[in-house]
Ligand binder design. Sequence first.
Ligand SMILES: C[S@@+](CC[C@H](N)C(=O)[O-])C[C@H]1O[C@@H](n2cnc3c(N)ncnc32)[C@H](O)[C@@H]1O
Length: 269
Amino acid sequence: MSNPVSPTAFYCGGVRMADAENPVPVVGDRHAATLMGDDGRRIFAAFERFASQNGSNVTRHRILDDMLRDRFKGQPLRLTVLLGAGLDSRPFRLGSGRWVELDEAPIIERKERLLPASTCPMSLTRIAIDFSADSLEAKLAPFATTQRMSIVMEGVLMYLDEPTIRRTCGVLMKLFPNHTLLCDVMSEKFFRQYGQEIHAEIERLGARFTWTPKDPAALFTSLGYREAARVSIALTASEYRAIPARAWTMRWFRRTLREGYCVHAFKVD
Ligand SMILES: C[S@@+](CC[C@H](N)C(=O)[O-])C[C@H]1O[C@@H](n2cnc3c(N)ncnc32)[C@H](O)[C@@H]1O
């Protein structure tokens, strides 16, 4: 794969595949195993030992599922763009929405082979993009709308840099002036304290975290977003018992763990 970040999609897909095998899954992504295949499973094998990180990762997906379900209430066909979709199967699972997925060609081609868009119960368009060479604006222009809509960037921002994030948000604001950006942001302190071990494994895949800011919301408010929601990934994971930490210790202590890695909803102000 030409984009070094793309293989990390198999880490997230693997986490959801393992979750779906649990008697009481957090997400229950029944398509994850199909999309992983043997090659994906080989990549995920190196990550299976990270119980807490994997529990947090699948909880992140559940938090975003719930935010999207909420946003479909009264608007069941709301446009939703998955930017850096990886092996996300939400268009097949959530029963609502008109969906656009963008990712690098090998990911899109794989999804078309294993879970074709034509079999999706909802409207789904998949678009291959070379993030380093193609114009995001040109790829998304056919879907431009002033209606309220959602953009999901899950597990993506930490691999970008600030100029790229600024540019990406500029394009999104131009094409979708009423969008809500749903994304996860990891703080520098969280990354230093809790991210090192798994990051070493991510580096072995060829990718690395390049954006872990001091104040996760600051860049977005400076770009003209208002923070509409923020959900702690670790606290929610402890409530689902997806990680070993107790929820009460998380609420009263462990501030960096609780606050340093959250899912945010940013609305254009
Ligand atoms: C860790 S995976 C997350 C995949 C998926 N969102 C999920 O949570 O399962 C990161 C994804 O971001 C994609 N990506 C790489 N560069 C990107 C960019 N500049 N903008 C958006 N996504 C990008 C990769 O190809 C990869 O599929």
